[in-house]
Design a protein around this ligand. Structure first.
Ligand code: SF4
Length: 547
């Protein structure tokens, strides 16, 4: 029977190997369906392809509906009338010393599972399995007895049980396993140890940056098509650019350009996200690769319908946002003669912070304090931006539509940020439509709006102030006006995108986890820390602030 047809899906023997290594790894790979092929995985595959000729791999596929498992043993040999399953491993054996070697428990379980499959297949007893460890050039013999058979059956039962739960098993107690685990950047075990055991100086598993860039298509009339593994950008005059699919993480199409089905297909295969924005800079929608099964979303729904959790998360979120606003104004006015003009606004922001913490407010109360602080913050920002001689006038935040160049820049930057927030949430495997602070009033995804609050100051407001102070805008060329509405011209959008994408690659030290990473990666990290809030390890989300 095909595994897909059975009522209780069969379990891969390699999944039992993962289960014995760490139950959490089994759960992430087999239940949540997250698989990352890291260097060790590729090395293992290459090792099997490059074994010397005298090592014969027959790769025998086996399956048992009675046992509920299937897999492919590397080799089956006949010796003295006995059938022996063989596995080849690239690394060292356990306890390797001159004359004392043993196999690792996950390897033993794997070979024992193959032995049980062979017993059923040949209808005869298998009494031995062998594992060859290439790094030691040694073979370990595994006795297959009743104890081993029971171990395999118990493991299958455990694997079946875990498949039915939505709760992720705890992290492994053995830290050394995490150092070699391909899913450590998703699992983030050290961040949990930080909370549970107060450990500092964490080994870092979360990558500090990405080596891919985000491609923006601004020129109207561009077509993106596919040629093998490359995206070809062209218009009526011919080819504009050829971009390798290996070098990009996302494609954002601004306005009226086209992407062919074949190019969308290539993007999907390579995990490249596609976003669409209007010519006016408004987010339209995305095609984002998601990972993880339904368990992640079920945990999210369960967590975000818990009122005390949503209030606590909202408090942390609003506190983080207002504290970043306060710190930013303090930083911009430190040592200046204008500082006194900001005292009243600073006081309002400080008071808002005090109340967010001490009043234990409900959502409406938080909205009130957030609004109070935002008004004071934008008052101060207006004073700072609209200093004498600056052609970029800013008189507080206005939107829908923006009515001055500074607000046009800010609205566009926030749209880019929203796009990244959606991407980070869906990439992690969560549902952006279920948030905890924002309500589903508009078409915008509430969880993406929630996440944005942590990054508005550090990714967008800093760009607005910095570029205006460096006189980087040309009021005539970079903006277009229709009635009271102002938006960025194509030239203006290019400048904003350059500044935004560059800012995303800036590195900073996260104040809680204590390691450095780009702002780009911080967004995904925050989503993973948010997920831990309802997975039994709270206290890490929304602790980031601008310095
Ligand atoms: S990182 Fe550690 S705890 Fe997480 S799945 Fe891997 S081995 Fe298990």
């Amino acid at each position: 029977m095909d595994p897909a047809e059975s009522i209780e899906p069969l379990i891969r023997v390699m999944a039992l190997h993962a289960l014995e290594y760490c139950e959490r790894l089994y759960y992430l790979e087999e239940v949540e369906e997250i698989r990352i092929a890291d260097k060790a995985v590729y090395d293992g595959r290459r090792f099997h392809q490059q074994l010397p000729e005298y090592v014969e791999i027959t790769s025998y596929p086996l399956q048992s509906d009675t046992l509920g498992i299937f897999g492919k043993v590397d080799c089956v040999r006949s010796e003295g009338g006995e059938w022996i399953p063989f596995e080849y491993k690239k690394g060292h054996s356990k306890n390797y010393e001159k004359d004392k070697i043993d196999a690792w428990p996950p390897d033993k379980l794997q070979v024992a599972a193959y032995a049980l499959l062979l017993e059923e297949h040949f209808d005869r007893t298998i009494s031995e399995g062998r594992i060859y460890y290439a790094a030691d050039h040694r073979t370990v013999r595994i006795l297959i007895n009743d104890e081993m058979r029971e171990w395999v059956k118990r493991s299958i039962e455990r694997a079946r049980y875990l498949r039915k739960t939505i709760k992720r098993p705890p992290i492994s107690k053995n830290e050394r396993l995490c150092a070699r685990c391909s899913l450590a950047p998703v699992c983030l075990p050290e961040e949990e140890r930080l909370i549970q055991e107060g450990k500092e100086d964490l080994p870092r598993y979360f990558p500090p940056d990405r080596d891919q860039v985000d491609l923006h298509i601004l020129q109207h009339g561009t077509t993106i098509r596919r040629s093998s593994g490359t995206f070809i950008l062209e218009n009526r005059e011919g080819i504009i650019e050829e971009v390798s699919s290996e070098s990009i993480g996302s494609i954002t199409i601004h306005g009226h350009s086209q992407i062919t089905t074949q190019a969308i297909h290539l993007a999907s295969m390579k995990g490249i996200h596609i976003h669409w924005m209007t010519s006016g800079g408004k987010y339209v929608g995305s095609l984002v690769q998601s990972v993880g099964g339904t368990q992640r979303r079920l945990r999210q729904y369960e967590g975000l319908t818990n009122e005390s959790l949503t209030i606590r998360l909202s408090q942390s979120l609003v506190y983080s946002k207002v504290e970043s606003q306060l710190r930013y104004i303090l930083r911009l006015t430190r040592g200046t003669k204008e500082r006194d003009h900001h005292e009243e606004n600073l006081q309002i922001m400080r008071e808002s912070l005090r109340r967010i913490r001490s009043d234990s407010p409900k959502r409406d109360g938080l909205l009130g304090y957030e609004g109070m602080a935002a008004k004071a913050y934008f008052n101060s920002l207006s004073l700072i931006i609209s200093e004498e001689g600056n052609p970029m006038f800013f008189n507080g935040r206005n939107r829908r539509p923006p009515r001055d160049p500074a607000n046009a820049i800010l609205s566009f930057l926030y749209s880019l940020l929203y796009r990244d927030a959606v991407q980070a949430i869906v990439t992690v495997g969560l549902d952006p439509t279920i948030g905890f602070y924002h309500q589903p009033r508009s078409q915008a995804y509430p969880l993406a709006l929630d996440l944005m609050e942590l990054f508005r100051v550090m990714l967008c407001d800093t760009i607005l102030v910095g570029t205006i102070h460096r006189r980087q805008w040309d009021v005539e060329k970079d903006f277009e006006t229709a009635g009271k509405q102002v938006w960025l011209s194509e030239e203006g959008k290019k400048k904003a995108i350059r500044a935004y994408e560059k800012r995303k690659q800036d590195t900073w030290k996260h104040p809680v986890v204590g390691y450095s990473l780009t702002y780009d990666r911080t967004m995904e990290l925050e989503v993973r820390l948010l997920e831990k809030e309802w997975s039994g390890v709270p206290g890490l989300f929304a602790m980031n602030r601008i310095r």
